[in-house]
Design a protein around this ligand. Structure first.
Ligand SMILES: *Cc1c(COP(=O)(O)O)cnc(C)c1O
Length: 234
């Protein structure tokens, strides 16, 4: 018998929620400590609608045009939209028009444009600073250098319309995520001394959410484990 898309997504979601609960328990934390953000990039708005029907509250997207169209199509669902992709300066204001959280802020030059976008929308925009866990010089490195996080945080706090909520990171590709998440936890510890209210730590994806939760993640960004394999990126 053919499985419906809803059944498929429900199964992936149940399994993912179970993994999160188990990892949280192992870390001595309540499962409610960890917010699931389902990454819907490359998947249609109809999947987003199914997710909302299954109780998902937060979704993540990484490409502006796709995200913008999907957020408009799903505006009635009351979801929180997380922008998790690389940000071009000339798109930053437009992203702030639909995103509730921008997780990938990695340089101060984005801030005036994000602020303008949030102002035009008449809403405060939640911001995470993306910290790079890659060695310097690695190709395709995304995120701010850990040494630049302090200055970047100070700049966010000084910008109207933005609220500093915490940090985000992606473990280096093709390596054991464990040492990277250990470094991240240390960076966060220092960060929290100065910004004790910016408690969000967005880390962990389909392949490494257990390790991320063990090292303090409050948000996991999970795509393929919930929705299935994405079409190969061109
Ligand atoms: C695509 C993506 C994810 C989700 O990846 P999966 O391995 O499918 O869970 C998480 N974070 C970022 C920044 C992404 O671009």
């Amino acid at each position: 018998m053919a499985t419906s898309r809803t059944d498929e997504i429900a199964a992936g979601l149940a399994e993912t929620r179970e993994r999160i609960a188990t990892a949280a328990k192992a870390a001595g934390r309540p499962a409610e400590d960890v917010q699931l953000v389902v990454v819907t990039k490359f998947f249609p708005a109809s999947d987003v609608r199914i997710l909302a029907g299954l109780g998902v509250t937060d979704v993540g997207e990484n490409r502006h045009q796709e995200a913008s169209a999907k957020a408009a199509e799903c505006a009635d669902l009351g979801l929180r939209w997380h922008y998790i992709g690389g940000l071009q300066s000339n798109k930053a204001a437009a992203v702030a028009a639909y995103a509730d959280v921008v997780e990938s802020v990695d340089r101060a030059s984005l801030l005036p444009r994000l602020s303008r976008g949030a102002g035009e929308r008449g809403q405060i925009l939640d911001v995470l600073l993306q910290v790079s866990l890659d060695p310097p010089g690695r190709e395709g490195r995304a995120g701010a250098d850990p040494g630049d996080v302090r200055d970047l945080a100070a700049a966010v706090v000084e910008t109207d319309g933005l609220r500093l909520r915490g940090l985000m990171a992606v473990a280096p590709l093709g390596e054991d995520p464990e040492p990277a998440f250990v470094r991240l936890a240390r960076i966060r510890e220092d960060f929290l001394v100065e910004y004790p209210e910016a408690t969000v730590l967005s880390a962990g994806m389909s392949g490494d959410l257990e390790q991320a939760i063990a090292h303090g993640a409050t948000h996991v960004r999970v795509g393929s484990a919930v929705l299935g394999q994405r079409p190969t990126v061109k």
